[in-house]
Design a protein around this ligand. Structure first.
Ligand SMILES: [Ca+2]
Length: 418
């Protein structure tokens, strides 16, 4: 290796070898927080806002930018919501009107780490004694379709949900521009001067439900919830009246938003009545149910392989839909847990298709397989200290369901099995 020919070698190695002393690298970090409000109607909330990012201040020396796309994907935003954990891209964040959410935004995989770093060319190479400067300008931007914003510092901010329910969108963006300079001009390597990271988060500001009202939300008829305190509610319901009170909050699901994830594997559509896909509808969905089903999914894959998946046949059922189904001969009890946002009818599928698979591998799909799934759910229930209902049903209940047995699970707070 000829020392003199390594014009594009790693900056520090070249400097130490050929310059003879260690040039001080000074990294000035400039944090700019900017905030823009786009007035956008909720109906547009899913559309991509392709407006350019922010104007970064001019830097004194501009390195050659080979390709801005080169590093795309290398940097990812880490967005944490206080009390909620990591906020995933395109995964719905549930809020209530006026709720205050505190976010912390970081670079999840800074360029100083990770396997791709080794392949990244140096940004600047010089071979003369003198002072070498790398300067980074960093800008954090938040775009929101509504609500209030309070910026605390270069990485944390507070978003207050609007007082009105509906869909909102928050976009976190982080742009970092680097410039290098040194004595004699030096040469810039292949690294781009600017990297960007962006994360789009849909927020559902939930709709309050008035149990004494007409049972209509946004023009959609949920129906009237049965009175859990009524004399004819039955001894069981009367014993657990709190569990059978109507849900307080509802999620608006539209054709534009039904594809949004609510967790790693489940979308809003999975919890919405299948008969109403493609229309606006409202559902009750407790985050505990989503978390529990994710835990079941994980256990299912641990025991049956990575191709195993959980299929939800039915989750939310409105009182009105319960009555419509009754007219078609599909009988659900007056106080069916599906009305409360914490129940699901599920099958475990390991072999493609939508129905229950031969989980116990005896060559037949029958209630014993649903029993195997129920036992698996029971193990998750014990491991997560979750209490609720768990049952096996031998035949499909609703039209259009796969002709296999299935399992019903709910989080009513009391263990019961059938
Ligand atoms: Ca079987």
């Amino acid at each position: 290796m000829h020392d003199g020919s390594r014009a594009h070698g790693p900056c520090t190695v070249a400097l130490r070898r050929r310059v003879g002393y260690r040039a001080a690298a000074f990294l000035a970090s400039l944090v700019i927080v900017s905030f823009r409000v786009h007035s956008q109607s909720p109906a547009d909330a899913k559309g991509d806002d392709a407006s350019p990012l922010l104007e970064l201040p001019a830097l004194e020396s501009k390195p050659k930018v080979e390709s801005a796309e080169q590093l795309e994907g290398e940097r990812k935003l880490g967005v944490q919501a206080e009390g909620r954990g990591e906020v995933r891209p395109n995964t719905v964040l549930l809020a209530q009107p006026g709720e205050i959410l505190r976010f912390r935004v970081t670079l999840a995989n800074p360029a100083s780490a990770g396997p791709r770093q080794a392949a990244r060319p140096s940004a600047f190479v010089g071979n003369q004694p003198g002072r070498y400067v790398a300067q980074t300008a960093r800008a954090l931007a938040l775009q929101t379709t509504g609500g209030g914003v309070e910026i605390l510092d270069g990485s944390s901010l507070v978003w207050t949900a609007p007082g009105q329910p509906g869909w909102q969108k928050i976009i976190f963006e982080l742009e970092e521009a680097m410039s290098c300079s040194g004595p004699g001009g030096g040469t810039s390597g292949g690294a781009p001067g600017t990297t960007r990271a962006r994360q789009e988060v849909p927020v559902m500001v939930q709709f309050p439900f008035d149990r004494d009202g007409p049972g209509v939300l946004g023009g959609y008829a949920i129906g009237l919830y049965p009175n859990e305190k009524a004399a004819d509610a039955g001894a069981y319901v009367q014993r657990y009246t709190e569990q059978y009170a109507p849900p307080k909050w509802f999620i608006q699901v539209t054709p534009e938003t039904e594809g949004f994830y609510v967790s790693d594997h489940f979308r809003l559509a999975d919890f919405s009545p299948p008969a109403e896909q493609g229309k606006q509808r409202f559902i009750a969905l407790k985050p505990e149910l989503v978390r529990f089903l994710e835990a079941v999914w994980t256990r299912l894959q641990e025991e049956h392989g990575d191709s195993a998946r959980l299929v939800i046949l039915r989750s939310y059922l409105s009182p009105n839909e319960r009555q419509r189904l009754a007219q078609k001969g599909v009988q659900y009890t007056t106080f069916t847990r599906y009305q409360y946002g914490d129940a699901a009818a599920i099958v475990a599928n390991t072999q493609g298709g939508d129905g229950m698979s031969d989980l116990n591998r005896d060559g037949a799909v029958d209630p014993a397989d649903a029993e195997a799934l129920a036992n698996l759910v029971d193990r998750v229930r014990a491991a997560t200290q979750t209490r609720g209902g768990l049952g096996v049903v031998a035949k499909p209940i609703e039209p259009g369901w796969p002709d296999t047995p299935f399992v019903v699970v709910d989080l009513r707070g009391v263990n019961t099995r059938w």
